[in-house]
Design a protein around this ligand. Structure first.
Ligand SMILES: Cc1ncc(COP(=O)(O)O)c(C=O)c1O
Length: 441
């Protein structure tokens, strides 16, 4: 039967490579596209490639035998609870323990205001779901966390970036942007910020600016979403005081056990003012009914029986050594025209290339030279950021980090020579949100 004979009843699109339902998707799905750099990262995960791209915590440093015993014990002793549905808000005991963790950052809160989520990523999703209609404005640092930008895009938010320097978000830029948007009749729904050990910026909002940011947002009636998965992973000093510590009504705080324990448990949380917390629980129930009781109880058991503060110290020392390896290698090997941030915690360094170099265009060459990074374009909602790249130091051993920087410096030097020979190409705006995938977030 030919297509003419079946009167168009067979879908026009057949076979495995073409999507028969392409015209049936909701408008919000059109923004969900796999990044073209994903394929490249499949190559980059080969062992011969030094990946300065991934944001994966170094779970090898965990006492895995102990975790195994704890999990097995949990099933044997409390299996009927651990393997049952739980509540939408999360295990009450774990919520109390979460309050103890947050106290380390000056937060004084009760378990009733905590919602346990599937990683802090789900908290981001739920917050966006309850606040954002298509076209609503969200403010975020430029650059910002790729996973948050993906969520904002999925809900068709309009992200407006706020300038950031080596002391974090610039308060004047925040105030001016809010004023300009409100004057233009585009009120802001919330400010999304990562004040401490920023991903990807590697910078931390200083204490004076914290107060300024709180004041500006309070005056404008703008809710702050404080995303803080790295706050306890500082190298030089005691944890910073969280924004939420000084504004219980103005801030929704997002926390996570992904970096202080392990991301595989997928346990994070939101601490929210009471009314918002109620909506979050309803949104949580509509998304997944309840979080996994099993992983919540496992994390609770870990916190109750293991020296978790010591484990965080172990992680901090390990990541500090790797940060030093990365910064020392950059100082020693990079061409002087390249600059970068100097993080005092977290996982990431943000590097800026000389004029005329485009990190996304360089990536294939770098991978061929067996080193990978994440191009800066993934961290802006408008695809700008081509002169930047994120370098992570959380996963490779220090020697591998040094070798990775040696390879990368060689690639950048070659690119600069090409630029000098053939003239300055301008960096391009690439457009859209690049979502390179969970292990690279
Ligand atoms: C800034 C930031 N927020 C949220 C997340 C998500 O973490 P989780 O594993 O808790 O979902 C990450 C993970 O890399 C992150 O860097």
């Amino acid at each position: 039967m030919t297509r003419e004979q079946d009167h168009g009843q067979t879908p026009a699109t057949q076979g495995s490579r073409i999507d028969a339902y392409v015209d049936r998707y909701a408008a919000r799905a059109t923004g969900m596209v796999a990044s073209e750099i994903r394929a490249l990262f499949a190559v980059a995960s080969r062992p011969e490639v030094v990946s300065l791209a991934g944001g994966m915590p170094y779970v090898t440093a965990l006492p895995l035998d102990m975790v195994g015993e704890l999990v097995s014990d949990l099933v044997t002793r409390r299996g009927t609870v651990a393997l049952q549905y739980g509540s939408g808000q999360g295990d009450p005991h774990l919520r109390e323990q979460i309050c103890d963790v947050m106290r380390l950052e000056g937060i004084n809160a009760g378990p009733n205001d905590v919602v346990v989520t599937v990683g802090s990523q789900q908290a981001l999703d739920l917050i966006t779901r309850i606040f954002i209609d298509p076209g609503d404005v969200v403010l975020a640092e430029g650059p910002s966390y790729v996973g948050a930008l993906g969520t904002f895009a999925a809900y068709q938010a309009k992200v407006v970036h706020i300038a950031m320097d080596d002391q974090g978000i610039v308060p004047e830029s925040l105030a001016q942007t809010i004023y300009a948007l409100e004057t233009a009749g585009a009120p802001v729904k919330f400010l999304y910020t990562i004040p401490t050990f920023h991903n990807p910026g590697g910078v931390t909002l200083n204490a004076a600016r914290r107060q300024q940011v709180l004041d500006i947002c309070q005056r404008a009636g703008i809710l702050i979403i404080e995303d803080n998965p790295y706050g306890l992973l500082g190298f030089d000093h005691e944890p910073m005081r969280a924004l939420r510590a000084d504004s219980p009504d103005g801030v929704v705080y997002l926390g996570s056990f992904s970096k202080t324990l392990a991301p595989g448990f997928r346990v994070g949380w939101a601490l929210a003012p009471h009314a918002i917390r109620e909506k979050l629980v309803l949104a949580m129930e509509s998304a997944v009914l309840s979080h996994s009781s099993f992983t919540q109880l496992a994390v609770g058991q870990y916190l109750a029986t293991q020296p978790w503060r010591e484990q965080i110290k172990t992680f901090r020392e390990l990541y500090r050594e790797r940060r030093d390896a990365l910064l020392d290698a950059l100082d020693a090997l990079m061409p002087p025209e390249v600059t970068w941030t100097r993080p005092s915690g977290g996982f990431f360094v943000w590097a800026t290339l000389p004029e005329g170099l485009d990190s996304k265009a360089i990536l294939p060459r770098a991978v061929a030279e067996r080193v990978a990074f994440v191009p800066g374009t993934g961290f802006y909602s408008d695809g700008s950021g081509a002169r930047h790249m994120r370098l992570s130091f959380c996963y490779p051993e220090p020697d591998r980090i040094r070798e990775g920087v040696r390879r990368l410096a060689g690639v950048i030097e070659q690119e600069m020579q090409l630029r000098d020979t053939f003239g300055t190409g301008s960096t391009r705006d690439h457009g859209g949100v690049d979502t390179p995938g969970p292990d690279l977030a």
